[in-house]
Ligand binder design. Structure first.
Ligand code: PYC
Length: 333
């Protein structure tokens, strides 16, 4: 392979990285972003590995690639890339990508302040606010989210018996609330939460099977969402979301917040129209809202929205040259 250059705009959403690949992306086949994602994973995963893993990326690295929409009625398509793979949906990634796309003039919205974004998991409606030339906030209406499993049990090698729920918010989340053997996320370090999460995710996926009722190719718990006491008095909840192999989301995680709201709605703790101010491990916040009650198949579900902000940190022209660099496609330790 000859050397390839990717023009990236680096940003963060409420503290979590978003590397937006604005130049150098491959042409993908498929009639929607889910099919294009499959093509990318088969033929072009080296781009993800090179741009996400060390030495060009790091454990928390997350990003996206912009594509023209498959349906001309929409504004853009997004492929999410991460250390863990290509997620069907990513909330912090959408907020960061929209901020970059608008501030850098990478797309021209059909209706200023609104975008229809094709994500692999489905169509995402976005509204954004401007403050001068800057995007000050992005609100996305996510895919239908639902509680997929309730009061499940697993034996954690670190914590002992743990009870958890599984909810879908664009990815499947095992949500662990404070209980006898887990005192709340604030009682543990990020390193401890990562150490607990790795075997727990494997054990959960060995014991339980979760599959999206309408898209069976979306399956399995990919994230562990630890909850606990809030830092600020106004917040309604706080989480630490484990993803990849070593990452804790620095933002409150858009799909994790959607899953959390679906869980709380199914448990009768939230209703249509309720807001949910969610805090991350570092105290950054997303405002969530239960927009609608709906169904996925015969499951009760919600349509959640998430609002947050992102900041651009710089431009990055990244070279991947496997004829010259033995670590062109990155490494993991
Ligand atoms: O914001 O949805 C999200 C997300 C997924 C993984 C990391 N962040």
């Amino acid at each position: 392979m000859a050397a390839k250059t990717f023009f990236c705009v680096d940003a963060h959403t409420c503290g979590n990285p978003v590397r937006v690949i604005a130049g150098g992306a491959p042409i993908l086949e498929g009639k929607n972003m889910f099919e294009r994602r499959l093509h990318f994973m088969k033929e072009f995963d080296w781009i993800r590995q090179g741009l996400m893993f060390e030495p060009r990326g790091h454990d928390m690295m997350s990003g996206s690639i912009l594509f023209p929409p498959s349906d001309p009625a929409n504004d853009m398509g997004i492929l999410f890339i991460e250390t863990s793979g290509c997620l069907p949906m990513c909330g912090h990634g959408t907020i960061g990508t929209v901020t970059v796309a608008i501030e850098q003039g990478l797309i021209t919205p059909k209706i200023p302040g609104e975008l229809l974004v094709e994500a692999p998991a489905g169509l995402i409606k976005v509204k954004y606010q401007m403050n001068g030339k800057k995007v000050s906030s992005v609100k996305l209406t996510n895919v239908a989210s639902y509680l997929a499993g309730k009061d499940l049990e697993i034996e954690s090698p670190h914590l002992g018996k743990i009870t958890f729920d599984v909810a879908y918010g664009g990815n499947f989340y095992a949500i662990v609330d404070p209980q006898e053997n887990f005192k709340g996320l604030e009682k543990y370090s990020a390193d401890e939460l990562i150490a607990f999460s790795r075997p727990l995710r494997t054990l959960i996926n060995d014991k339980y099977k979760f599959q999206h009722p309408e898209n069976p190719q979306i399956s399995g718990v990919s994230h562990i969402e630890w909850t606990g006491a809030t830092l600020s008095e106004e917040a309604d909840g706080r989480n630490a979301v484990f993803y990849g192999d070593k990452a804790i989301d620095r933002s409150p995680c858009g799909t994790g917040t959607s899953a959390r709201m679906a869980q709380l709605t199914a448990r009768g703790k939230l209703n249509k129209g309720d807001q949910f101010l969610h805090e991350s491990i570092i105290g950054s916040q997303f405002m969530g809202r239960v927009e609608e009650l709906t169904k996925i198949g015969d499951q009760d579900a919600i349509i959640p929205s998430i609002e947050g902000w992102a900041k651009i940190t710089g431009y990055n022209n990244i070279f991947i040259d496997d004829e010259d660099d033995p670590y062109a496609f990155g490494f993991q330790v």
